[in-house]
Design a protein around this ligand. Sequence first.
Ligand SMILES: *Cc1c(COP(=O)(O)O)cnc(C)c1O
Length: 843
Amino acid sequence: MPKPLTDQEKRKQISVRGLAGVENVSDLKTNFNRHLHFTLVKDRNVATKRDYYFALANTVRDHLVGRWIRTQQHYYEKDPKRVYYLSLEFYMGRTLQNTMVNLALENACDEATYQLGLDMEELQDIEEDAGLGNGGLGRLAACFLDSMASLGLAAYGYGIRYEFGIFNQKIVNGWQVEEADDWLRYGNPWEKARPEYMRPVHFYGRVEHTPEGVKWVDTQVVLALPYDTPVPGYRNNVVNTMRLWSAKAPCDFNLKDFNVGGYIQAVLDRNLAENISRVLYPNDNFFEGKELRLKQEYFVVAATLQDIVRRFKSSKFGSTEVVRVDLSTLPDKVAIQLNDTHPALAIPELMRILLDTEHQTWEKAWDIVTRTCAYTNHTVLPEALERWPIDLFQNLLPRHLEIIFEINRRHLERIANLYPGDHDRLRRMSLVEEGDQKKINMAHLCIVGSHAVNGVARIHSDIIKATLFKDFYEVDPHKFQNKTNGITPRRWLVMCNPGLAEVIAERIGEDYIRDLGQLKNLLEFVDDDSLIRDIAKIKQENKLKFSAYLEEHYKVKINPNSMFDVQVKRIHEYKRQLLNCLHIITLYNRIKKEPNKNWTPRTIMIGGKAAPGYHTAKLIIRLITAVGDIVNHDEVVGDRLKVIFLENYKVTLAEKIIPASDLSEQISTAGTEASGTGNMKFMLNGALTIGTMDGANVEMAEEAGEENLFIFGMRVDDVDAMDKSGYDAMEYYNRIPELKLAMDQIAGGYFSPDQHDLFKDIVNILLHHDRFKVFADYEAYIKCQDKVSALYKNPKEWTKMVIHNIAGCGKFSSDRTIAQYAREIWGMEPSLERIPAPDDPRQ
Ligand SMILES: *Cc1c(COP(=O)(O)O)cnc(C)c1O
């Protein structure tokens, strides 16, 4: 009998992980040892696992350097149009494996570390996530960076280097507890500080209108120190830059008029300035109007625009150096994409530069700004829309407020000419909202200051045109576009699910990795028993691996033969984790009632962070853990139903759980989830979707065939009709016995025996104030889940449906999304061409 392959040997067989040539491997070993010695200053007697990780990271990093320098030199010489992706969040996750995948080094590194007696996966697990994001919006920015590099675009990601990213979530007695994410503690081998490019950013002060022009004076200055991280494209030798700014107090900060005793305090006060880049605000889809946040938003914008203008002015055409003197051709050479309204200040800041520094006329400046900027809207939820109180603005950014007022005056003048006498329209469309406290509506500022406004899935783009931005669509229909979100197939397939990537490559070749539309070629094989077997086998292996991971790290044992039913995303009422809970309780009650029926065993896993100030979301987590405590310890239920709360959901946990999932829960109230990208990750990794007709689910159903998803519940029209007629939760509660039972159990302390009214707030919301109409979709959801359970009993039919889904994933590559942004918004042409590699591939 042949010996079973070790994990290391199994990975070696896989071609999508690159080739492990002997020279390659021996070079890697040499360089690994060199870094251990010279960079880490250790030998093998005293080196820790972390030293080995850093030695490997540095060895791999060396392969980026020559390509990075070459790419930037290439941009300098060819002077292509640049795109700047401005975002307050870049949810990058880990970098080591992604770099190995994109540089085709994975197998070689695996072999090299193996020969050195190390386990590469164990080393990879030491890397901290770069958790500089909350959820979908930040992860989208990260996927876009990968796609922009893979499509050869001269692109830059610009953001903030938060010292603390999204908090680490601990579950203590069933409750979420937050811990600081000290991700830089051991150093970050992927970043390069560039103190030589430090830039001043001004705050506060006052505005002087003088005969020579406008001056913003008596400001406080904070320095923006850039850190560059390489962003490699997929096997094309392109390496772009993500530049994150860190706040640094100037040497003379608070020292101008110090006296004895004031000096120490002045040095201690440097922290105040440096707090700007201290921590990511942990809200997903929620606006918190704090001054520090407004400072962060201006900080990234002001530093970035200085960079953009400097780079534009010092560009070189071909071989003749030209220093551009004015900015009139800026829109031909620069595109700025605003990831939501968070960097909206780019609009008044660029105006300020053009007016006050470049001395352009208003008309000229405004033309440049609007042709350069474009805005992506990510949500219609009113509580998420940025509306900054004017007092805050007046104090912190007085010149910007003046400019915004002037933008608004001209904008309203235009609207008044178009609609004489329509005062209500002027009020609705104003950038300044009247009320107790005047506020600046940042979305309105973005629409007016951009040439393109896009939603992130077709249904969402239609909704913003019909509701949120209706008035703006009416006057400028040409601005409004759709760019359905996507995910990078490198991280979300090749990297996290190499087994599946390989099984696909064996049938249709490897080209689909850069051209995901080719996945449709899999349809030829839907009835091919060998493919069905291979796909089912990979899923089972992934489930076993994840079960082992859970057992090792969380001491929970799950049944790997049960259906893995997974909902992982930020905890939010609109995402309706509560609907999932009601299904769990319903299944539990059914099993208890008829314990001898042939139930389809399920392991239901829910994970996600609640914003620390979001009381209801935290209580939802407590409910999930409470239901788990009862269900998981009920002997009658056994391993037919288990409920697991997955602690600390983040990019790296997503990479582990998604490939192991059978069922993907995408159950938001229709009209609330702008797109979703988690939905796409599951689809690509061979999970089936149970979902509403919301966000990108609509297009997933269109691509895979609606019969290949489990679609249920109200459509947007139904929700709208119900808003008009009135939603009466009690009607459902009184009419549906299983729903009533579940609610009575939650309300009566069945899941919280020590504190019967623990969930009273949740019960009160669901029965009386539910904006998201959970009960209205309950029956349809339960019936749909019954269909899911029935199909799971037929593994072959299940897997065929999975293949239809994978084959329908082509549209959801972020390469497609970015190609559309490039052509339809940025005026750039994507390319799959490789640029020449440096002579020494290691440099
Ligand atoms: C993809 C992703 C998200 C977004 O998930 P949705 O289901 O679209 O909300 C959030 N968090 C992490 C860690 C992700 O990887």
